[in-house]
Design a protein around this ligand. Structure first.
Ligand SMILES: NC(=O)c1ccc[n+]([C@@H]2O[C@H](COP(=O)([O-])OP(=O)(O)OC[C@H]3O[C@@H](n4cnc5c(N)ncnc54)[C@H](OP(=O)(O)O)[C@@H]3O)[C@@H](O)[C@H]2O)c1
Length: 246
């Protein structure tokens, strides 16, 4: 990880769960980590946990469901840091509504899940690549946090969540190929698909009833991805807890 020391990483959804664990882990390896979230105060709290590290954690308030909020966040990053080496698209929400639910509540949940879990990934990549192009001869990496539900189909009653994760998986591969043909081949792209991870995304009772990972398990996998040699691109990484049935 020494090669990434002092480099700039941006992560969405840094205020809890998987994103918070990755933020702390990268900063403790000496990176400057810019954490985007609506609860930016949670990201500020994380920096108090950093001990004996050259790394830094910087919080930016951002609602990734709002394109202007994304644009403003990246403008602030450009003004203060000039460039970005790592983007981790991680902010996400679950959605339990079914396609047959005609309520306004269901319409709102469907739209916001698509906005946060998919459209925000597209827009953060678009904004971030502009700043990755400024690193010239250095290397860069984009990690999209998907889900095992990006390839396990049967999951009724959650209609939109697996659909957005399928889209993210396709997006990851398309970005990788598009960057190569656009001569941005120093930017590696990985789609990271975790199984169940005990976080705020679902209830404690739910996670306690099934095998699950911890957010730190996912942070470890990000360190693995970043530690691969420059010529190695792990394009897809799926991580399940031992005993996960689907
Ligand atoms: N936990 C699992 O079992 C599991 C499994 C597979 C994949 N995943 C994926 O892992 C990622 C992280 O989820 P998690 O489990 O760590 O859940 P979490 O603890 O609920 O964290 C979700 C994060 O997303 C952020 N977020 C949600 N809506 C946002 C918005 N509109 N604008 C900005 N940030 C927003 C939240 O920040 P604010 O609320 O502060 O904005 C929070 O930091 C998600 O993409 C999820 O789909 C999770």
């Amino acid at each position: 990880m020494d090669k990434w020391k002092t480099k700039i990483a941006v992560i969405t959804g840094a205020s809890s769960g998987i994103g918070a664990a990755i933020t702390l882990s990268l900063a403790s390896h000496g990176l400057t980590v810019i954490g985007l979230a609506r609860r930016s105060e949670n990201v500020e709290e994380l920096s108090k946990k950093l001990e004996n590290s050259e790394g830094k954690i910087i919080a930016i308030k951002c609602d990734v469901a709002d394109l202007n909020s994304i644009k403003n966040a990246f403008k602030e990053i450009e003004e203060n840091f000039g460039k970005v080496h790592i983007l981790i698209n991680n902010a996400g929400m679950s959605s339990k509504v079914t396609i047959l639910d005609e309520s306004d509540y269901a319409t709102e949940r469907i739209n916001s899940t698509i906005d946060v879990n998919f459209k925000a990934y597209v827009h953060c990549v678009r904004e971030c690549i502009k700043l990755m192009k400024k690193i010239e001869n250095e290397h860069a990496m984009i990690i999209n946090v998907g889900s095992i539900l990006d390839s396990v189909i049967p999951y009724p009653h959650r209609t939109i969540y697996p659909t957005t994760k399928h889209a993210v998986r396709a997006l990851s591969e398309i970005i990788r190929q598009e960057l190569i043909v656009s001569e941005c081949d120093k930017i590696k792209v990985t789609n990271l698909s975790p199984g169940a991870v005990k976080t705020e995304i679902a209830s404690e009772d739910y996670f306690n009833s099934i095998p699950h990972l911890t957010p730190n398990d996912i942070a470890e996998s990000v360190i693995y991805l970043l530690s691969t040699p420059w010529n190695v691109n792990v394009t897809q990484l799926t991580i399940k807890p031992v005993g996960e049935k689907f």
